[in-house]
Design a protein. Structure first.
Length: 314
């Protein structure tokens, strides 16, 4: 009887010991997982902070470049200016050679480019400044552009009327997906030639594409438009008079109707930046407005919005 009780007690002790060991193992595993989670969380936070800091720094550089460009010339913006020079495949350490940088920062590559947002057709030109009435001239130019791109030109009037009926103002081009007749492929195609700005704007003829130029003056031939693009590179347009003279020179036997929504300077800019960090490409697109006089915060530029996309590098 005693032997039986002793064996029973030994068995219970063994089970209890196994349970205790299992609990300790579970606790240790839990603590290790928690520690690993905290380490990963700290690393992710650190990486995100670095990315945010680098992106903010790049945007500040863009704002500085736009400020310098404004000091050099307030009346004209063209592709021969400092803002049009891209930065490609640069390293952080190339610009901070005298700084003691952490290893993870030394390996980061970045690229950047500034695009004149007013080189694109502004969807806001479909209406007046208050988005209360349609702008027939803007609708016609947009219809011409749609037709050139092989898209349904009736979308121009349909878009203008739809936005008015629904009393909703656009902020991003992607929001056109809510307008019947648009799909993701259509918007992707349009994104190279159109943009939504906070107000109606002129198209800068010093920086615009041949597609937008032909939408403005559909009677121009491809050869005429190519000539226009070539001449403006060697002799940037400086006034409305320069625009008229160049068009007359290209088509001496035709009178092209003047368009009020064209110009030679810009107030809105797109900053395109890319950071290559740990096999990730972090693309950021930022819309910046530039003013000719300092604002309340004493800055000449303001960031209106910023969008980010992360792509795993191959």
């Amino acid at each position: 009887m005693r032997h039986s009780r002793s064996r029973s007690q030994d068995g219970s002790a063994t089970i209890i010991a196994l349970i205790v060991v299992s609990l300790i193992a579970i606790c240790i595993a839990s603590l290790m997982w928690q520690q690993d989670f905290e380490i990963r969380k700290t690393r992710i936070y650190k990486e995100n902070t670095q990315v945010s800091w680098l992106q903010r720094s790049l945007i500040e550089v863009v704002r500085l470049v736009l400020r310098i460009d404004l000091l050099n010339s307030q009346a004209v913006d063209h592709l021969g200016e400092i803002w049009a020079l891209p930065i490609e495949n640069s390293r952080i350490e190339d610009y901070l050679k005298n700084q003691d940088l952490p290893e993870e920062l030394k390996s980061i590559k970045f690229s950047g480019a500034i695009q004149d947002a007013q080189a694109l057709f502004n969807i806001a030109n479909l209406w007046d400044a208050n988005t209360s009435t349609v702008n027939l001239a803007g609708i016609q130019i947009y219809a011409n552009l749609l037709e050139q791109l092989g898209l349904n030109k009736s979308l121009a009037d349909h878009t203008a009327q739809y936005i008015l009926r629904n009393n909703r103002r656009l902020q991003y081009l992607d929001e056109l997906i809510n307008v019947p007749g648009y799909n993701s492929d259509t918007i992707k195609r349009l994104s190279r030639f159109t943009i939504v700005l906070p107000e109606p704007t002129s198209v800068n003829l010093n920086t615009t594409s041949i597609e937008v130029l032909l939408a403005l003056w559909p009677t121009l031939s491809q050869t005429d438009a190519a000539t226009f693009m070539q001449v403006r590179l060697s002799m940037p347009l400086k006034s409305q008079s320069d625009i008229t003279q160049l068009l007359t020179k290209i088509q001496p036997n035709k009178t092209l109707e003047p368009i009020s929504s064209v110009g030679v300077k810009s107030d809105y800019w797109l900053a395109h930046t890319n950071l290559l960090i740990d096999q990730r490409n972090i693309y950021t697109q930022t819309l910046i407005q530039r003013f000719t006089t300092p604002q309340a915060d004493k800055n000449y530029t303001a960031v209106l919005w910023s969008k980010q996309k992360i792509v795993q590098a191959k």
